[in-house]
Write a protein that binds this ligand. Structure first.
Ligand SMILES: [Zn+2]
Length: 417
């Protein structure tokens, strides 16, 4: 093993759990701080999901064990966010399946008009796929392969801890002294053992492509959230093909057989999965996913596709910024300098809460009933349209000389210590 110095390996690892499939429904966050390649601090906080939007899906409760009762008296994300920002400071973020956690951070924050944090998101799932050859890249399996001790899967702090340990170990093995160095090592094809295949978890350069293109997907076992037929047509709609049995052409095996909490190294596999695992061991690029991991990836993909569609629609709607945002900004008075009250007053749609089915002021898409956005008095359909509305409004206010209260800042508590 190389003796690369990790003195400059600094980051914050993060993991979220959600109440349901909507990314704004954060119910738990775990953070782990790494300094000089060492774990130095951690925090865990239960979060009360946004009001009017705290339906816990039985499936999610089964996975993480967090119930409405457990979070009833805990702070909402707008309160927790300042703790998270104080903890993380200006760090880069590390997460296993980072597009999911980034999307939870952004959607949850946008609901409360909190500025999204800066920093790069490093994905240990994608990195593991590129650096290791395994039959599954689920967090417990990657950890086990790297000789990292077991932790409780789907507990936010424990998952953040495992992601941090994985990033540290990958940096050590790749001889990369920093996160940036590890990034570069991944980008360079010179790295030994790097596999030549697409990474289904990487949706960073999406827009108009089919995320499952080239993937041949086989479902096995009893799926919990969708029927096998639905799952198969989902795959086809995302550009992949769905097959009934595992062959040498199969690239993804999605299994409903496993309790996502107990799918870990040493678990007894069905014949089908054992076959897939043996194929992976002989170097055939086949990957086993739990249903939960698969759906998380699909959801993130769908989010990104929808965001691309919304941006496309918005680009054909010139001058979509409603006139009332300037009028209201002139008249909005901030009670005791409360920035968020001021902003809400300025951006409020004249009709208040959406009835559901109204058009988004930015992209024109219909505002989904029972989505968290239906309840904001703004008539936007999503986090990205909400952020676009705020950006456009701020530009308009500036050019019209409308004064606004100062935006809030977040403490860099840990770094200031
Ligand atoms: Zn929209």
């Amino acid at each position: 093993m190389s003796s690369v110095s990790l003195e400059d390996l600094n980051f914050t690892a993060i993991d979220f759990e959600t109440a349901n499939s909507n990314r704004a429904s954060v119910c738990s966050v775990g953070l782990v701080k790494v300094r000089a390649g060492q774990i130095v601090d951690s925090m865990h906080q239960l979060v009360c999901p946004p009001e009017d939007f705290c339906d816990f899906s039985p499936r999610n409760v089964e996975i993480h064990g967090i119930t409405p009762e457990l979070v009833a008296k805990t702070p909402t994300w707008d309160r927790v966010y300042s703790l998270v920002r104080a903890f993380a400071g200006e760090d880069d973020w590390v997460a296993h399946n980072a597009p999911f956690d980034r999307s939870v951070m952004q959607e949850s924050s946008s609901i409360y008009d909190l500025d999204w944090p800066g920093g790069y998101w490093f994905d240990t799932l994608q990195a593991s796929r590129e650096l290791l050859t395994l039959s599954t890249y689920s967090l417990p399996f990657v950890a086990s392969h790297l000789g990292i001790e077991e932790a409780r899967h789907h507990h936010a702090e424990q998952d953040a801890l495992q992601a941090a340990r994985i990033a540290i170990e990958l940096a050590r093995r790749a001889g990369a002294p920093t996160l940036e160095g590890l990034r570069e090592a991944l980008a360079s094809s010179a790295l030994p053992g790097r596999k030549e295949r697409t990474t289904p978890g990487d949706f960073s350069s999406l827009a108009g492509i089919s995320p499952l293109e080239g993937e041949v997907v086989v479902f096995t076992g009893k799926l919990q959230t969708v029927t096998r037929k639905e799952a198969q047509s989902l795959v086809v709609s995302l550009g992949g093909s769905a097959k009934g049995s595992i062959t040498k052409d199969t690239t993804l095996v999605v299994t409903g057989d496993f309790d996502p909490r107990t799918f870990r190294p040493g678990a007894k596999l069905t014949d089908k999965l054992e076959k897939a695992q043996r194929m992976a061991e002989t170097g055939i690029p086949i990957e086993i996913l739990t249903e939960v991991d698969f759906l998380e990836r699909i959801q993130v993909t769908r989010d990104a596709l929808e965001a691309a569609t919304r941006a496309q629609r918005a680009s054909t709607r010139q001058n979509w910024l409603p006139q009332y945002v300037s009028e209201q900004a002139r008249n909005s008075i901030a009670p005791e300098g409360d920035y968020w009250s001021w902003l809400r007053n300025a951006l409020r749609h004249p009709n208040g809460t959406s009835a559901g089915g109204d058009s988004c002021v930015r992209c024109g898409s219909s505002i989904e009933s029972k989505s968290p956005w239906q309840y904001r008095e703004r008539h936007v359909c999503s986090g990205d349209c909400n952020e676009a509305l705020k950006r456009a409004a701020k530009r308009a206010w500036k050019s019209q000389g409308i004064s606004t209260p100062p935006s809030p800042t977040y403490d860099s508590g840990w770094n200031a210590k």
